[in-house]
Design a protein around this ligand. Structure first.
Ligand SMILES: Cc1cc2nc3c(=O)[nH]c(=O)nc-3n(C[C@H](O)[C@H](O)[C@H](O)COP(=O)(O)OP(=O)(O)OC[C@H]3O[C@@H](n4cnc5c(N)ncnc54)[C@H](O)[C@@H]3O)c2cc1C
Length: 380
């Protein structure tokens, strides 16, 4: 049987693409190697701009709505900022991803779980997707199989990325410690070379961790322990589950389409290298892949336009996030001081997370002040 579209991988990118396409009436097969709900190491922070692209029912799986952010440097120097509007929605990824998958299923996508894609072959007329169980044929393939996906490799694509290594802890702490931390998200600069530490509160526990560039830190383990020590949390822990994982940070425009395949989400390295945010871009690229697939299948477009659309909307944004990350992670003290000394950035940051402005505007506002802050260091 031939499908219109096969989607490989059912994280936020694949589940969104499968939902949008089956809603439009296409014959969709979605293949996932695990079984939902499944744990995914992730802070689970959805910046408020997700509201602009998801239907409002996603709020049914939000564990906490956050209005406050705290920035610290190596564990101290709290800088609390508060917004009148939601800044971040906190989810657990097993629940959030399962919610998206069930929407795709309800709209008619054929979903095969515990079926791993092992090989892809493209021909002039179709794409053949082989799994551990079968081979399927479709007109188009959306590769949404994450950071270590097989699809990109099978079709000869290698999106440019900087790999970050992270440790995520799902941690229950004593009630007094939890109550102090539960209504704000925390970013700690300087706790890891070329990265940061975070504390993201969930309904009853903390998702916390550290992450930095793989080429700077081979093993984030010792930084994780030091982060907990600096935050005075070591004696507060009641239970802790730790997970290591990698994130493909965007590292410049690259080819993300082949003859019949489009890459979306982490498979295309669409992760903001400043905050490490990937869920928004996974969902949005899944939606764009669905829109372009519809146009191609109706004979009104070519696959190259997917890359153009991603370039206009996502690469351009991630390009400026890269400039900001270079300041914050090459010179974390300067980045932290910029935030501490210039409250006028806060509104701009809130505008970025809510989607009212982009990283380009934030960078344009920051760059003069970056030069001023950097001069004393350069004069030595
Ligand atoms: C520790 C950590 C913290 C993070 N915190 C945040 C955060 O707070 N906010 C944020 O926005 N982003 C965060 N991210 C990034 C975010 O998790 C990813 O960008 C996001 O999951 C990308 O979604 P995706 O759908 O592209 O890929 P994934 O979520 O990785 O989904 C890919 C799916 O494909 C499946 N798959 C893989 N290979 C195959 C195969 N061969 N066949 C079939 N199925 C396959 C996998 O099982 C998986 O279900 C974090 C990442 C890490 C590691």
């Amino acid at each position: 049987m031939k499908y219109d579209i096969i989607v490989a991988g059912l994280g936020p990118a694949g589940a969104t693409a499968a939902y949008e396409l089956s809603k439009k009436g296409f014959k969709v097969l979605a293949l996932e190697k695990q079984k939902h709900p499944r744990y995914k190491p992730c802070g689970g922070g959805l910046t408020a701009k997700i509201e602009n692209i998801l239907e409002p029912d996603f709020k049914s799986v939000v564990e906490r709505t956050i209005y406050k952010v705290n920035f610290t440097f190596r564990g101290s120097g709290d800088t609390h900022i508060k917004s009148d509007h939601p800044v971040v929605y906190m989810v657990m990824r097993d629940v959030f991803d399962n919610f998206l998958v069930e929407k795709a299923r309800a709209s008619g996508a054929e979903i095969h779980e515990q079926e791993k894609v092992t090989h892809v072959e493209e021909t002039k007329d179709n794409v053949l997707v082989t799994t551990e169980k079968n081979t399927y044929s479709a007109s188009l393939l959306i590769g949404a199989d994450g950071v270590n996906g097989i699809v990109a490799r099978s079709v000869g694509l290698k999106p440019k990325k900087k790999t970050a290594v992270l440790i995520e802890g799902e941690v229950n702490v004593k009630e007094t410690a939890f109550n102090k931390l539960c209504d704000e998200i925390l970013f700690d600069f300087g706790s890891v070379p070329y990265g940061y530490g975070w504390i993201f509160p969930k309904a009853n526990h903390l998702s916390l961790g550290v992450g930095g560039l793989k080429k700077k830190i081979k093993n984030p383990g010792p930084y994780y322990s030091e982060f907990l020590l600096n935050k005075n949390l070591l004696n507060e822990i009641e239970s802790e589950h730790k997970f290591g994982y990698t994130v493909p940070l965007f590292n410049g425009r690259s080819k993300i389409t082949s003859l019949r395949t489009m890459l979306a989400g982490d498979a295309a390295a669409l992760v903001d290298s400043f905050l490490g945010e990937g869920i928004y871009y996974a969902v949005r690229s899944g939606q764009i892949a669905a829109e372009v697939s519809q146009e191609i299948l109706n004979g009104n477009n070519t696959i190259a336009s997917y890359e153009e659309r991603i370039a206009q909307e996502i690469f351009s944004e991630l390009h400026y996030a890269r400039k900001i990350d270079m300041v914050f992670y090459s010179f974390p003290k300067i980045g932290y001081n910029l935030l501490k000394k210039h409250p006028d950035f806060y509104e701009q940051i809130f505008d970025v997370v809510s989607g009212k402005a982009g990283y380009k505007q934030l960078w344009n506002k920051m760059k003069r002040k970056v030069v001023i802050e950097t001069l004393p260091f350069l004069s030595y």
